[in-house]
Design a protein around this ligand. Structure first.
Ligand code: NAD
Length: 343
C-alpha cells in the first residue's frame, strides 16, 4: 500500500470508452484508490490525461515500456481495459512487475489464457480481479441473497437476457481475433454470472444453444444472437440470451414462494427491481466505485475476493461449452468446471 496518502496507487492500461467514461471517474471518487499512472499508445491521450489528473511524467507509460512499472513505488495495482484478446499479455506483464491486477471482462478469450493469468498472479503472489461490477451492486446482492439463502423457497427457474444494437463502425468487438467472440462473450457473460451467483452453484450442463452470426443483415466474424439454457443442480434451469441486434436487459428469478425481477439489470445506471411484494427498495449506486471499494477491501483487509480470476475462468469455461454445444448441437456437460468459490 502507498503509505504517503494511504490510498492504493492505480495505473490504467488503455484509455478507451470504459476507462475514461466510467472507471477513471469512479477511481477519482474512490476513498481507497488514487489514479497515479496511465499506460497508453497515444501521445495526445498521454498529454490530455496527465494534465487532467495531475499524473507526473515518470508515471506515464506506453505499451513498450510498460514493464518498467516494476520499480515504480507509486503504483500498487494495474487496471487493464483493453480489447479482450489483449488482457492476457498485460495481466501477465503486470504480475511479473509485482503489481496486483484488475482485468476487464471477459477475463480472456480462452480457458487456457485464463489459466495462464491465474498462474502468473499466483506465482508473483499478487491478487487478480475481474471487473465484475455487479458482484457489488445492491439489486444483484438482493438476488444473490434470495437464491443462496432460499428465503422464498428453492429457486424454480431463472431468465436472463442482455442485448444491444451494436454500431456498424468496424470496432474491435466485431473482430474475432480481438474480441474472441460476439454478444455472448461481451454481454451474455453477465447473464451467465447472474445465474451462477443467484443459484450459488455452477451449472452442470449447457443445452439448447442457438447461435446466429448475422449482424447488419450480413454474416459476421462473431456471434450476433445466442440463446442457451444452463442446467444447475436440483433441476434449476436458466433460460438465457445475448444479442448484438436487439435490446434486452433483464434478470428474473422465480422461487417457490416469490420472485425477484431486475430490469434494467446489467447496465451501469437505472437498475430497477421488483418482487411479489412490490418495488425493491435498494439504493442505486455508482457500480464502478462500489467495485473498486470491494477490491480495496480484499487488498487492504484481506476480505474474500468476490471477483477473482477463478470467477473469470469459470465464466469462460461456460462460454467455451456454449460455443461447443452450438457447433455440435449436443448438450455439453461441465464436470471439469472449476469449483465455485463465490460467497
Ligand atoms: P474501447 O475500444 O473504447 O477501448 C479500448 C482501448 O484499447 C482504447 O484505448 C484503444 O486505444 C486500446 N487499444 C490498444 N490496442 C488496441 C487494438 N489493437 N485495437 C483496439 N484498441 C486497442 O473499448 P472499451 O469499451 O473501453 O472496452 C475495453 C474493455 O473493457 C473490454 O474488455 C470490454 O469488454 C470491457 N468493458 C467492460 C465493461 C463493464 O461494464 N465491466 C463495460 C465496457 C467495456
Amino acid at each position: 500500500m502507498n503509505k504517503k496518502n494511504k490510498k492504493l496507487g492505480i495505473a490504467m492500461v488503455g484509455l478507451g470508452k470504459y476507462s475514461t467514461g466510467q472507471l477513471i471517474p469512479a477511481i477519482v471518487q474512490s476513498e481507497s484508490f488514487s489514479l497515479k499512472g496511465i499506460v497508453t499508445g497515444s501521445e495526445e491521450k498521454a498529454q490530455e490525461y496527465s494534465t487532467k489528473y495531475d499524473i507526473p511524467e515518470k508515471n506515464i507509460y506506453n505499451y513498450d515500456n510498460f514493464d518498467s512499472i516494476k520499480g515504480n513505488t507509486d503504483i500498487d495495482i494495474v487496471y487493464i481495459a483493453l480489447p479482450n484478446a489483449m488482457h492476457e499479455e498485460y495481466v501477465i506483464r503486470a504480475a511479473m512487475a509485482g503489481k496486483h491486477v484488475i482485468t476487464e471482462k471477459p477475463m480472456g478469450t480462452s480457458v487456457k489464457q485464463c489459466e495462464r493469468m491465474i498462474k502468473a498472479c499466483k506465482d508473483a503472489n499478487v491478487e487478480l480481479f475481474v471487473g465484475y461490477r455487479l458482484h457489488f451492486e445492491p439489486h444483484h446482492l438482493e438476488a444473490m441473497k434470495l437464491g443462496q439463502t432460499k428465503a422464498k423457497g428453492p429457486i424454480k427457474k431463472i431468465e436472463g437476457s442482455f442485448g444491444f444494437k451494436i454500431e456498424d463502425n468496424g470496432q474491435w468487438r466485431l473482430q474475432k481475433d480481438l474480441a474472441g467472440g460476439g454478444a455472448l462473450v461481451d454481454v451474455g457473460i453477465y447473464v451467465i454470472q447472474a445465474a451462477r451467483y443467484v443459484v450459488g452453484k455452477n451449472p452442470i450442463a449447457v443445452r439448447n444453444v442457438k447461435l446466429e452470426n448475422t449482424i447488419f443483415e450480413r454474416p459476421s466474424e462473431v456471434d450476433g444472437d445466442v440463446t442457451w439454457e444452463m442446467e444447475f443442480p436440483d433441476n434449476v434451469i436458466a433460460y438465457c440470451s445475448s444479442s448484438y441486434t436487439k435490446e434486452s436487459d433483464k434478470l428474473y428469478v422465480e422461487a417457490e414462494k416469490g420472485y425477484i425481477e431486475i430490469s434494467p439489470a446489467y447496465y451501469y445506471y437505472g437498475l430497477q427491481g421488483s418482487t411479489e411484494q412490490g418495488n425493491l427498495k435498494v439504493e442505486r449506486i455508482n457500480q464502478q466505485k462500489a467495485q473498486m471499494e470491494g477490491i480495496a477491501d480484499t487488498i487492504i483487509n484481506g476480505i474474500h475476493n468476490r471477483a477473482s480470476g477463478i470467477e473469470g475462468l469459470i465464466d469462460v469455461q461456460i462460454i467455451e461449452a456454449i460455443y461447443k454445444s452450438a457447433k455440435t448441437g449436443e448438450r455439453v456437460t461441465l464436470e471439469k468446471i472449476q469449483e465455485y468459490t463465490h460467497v
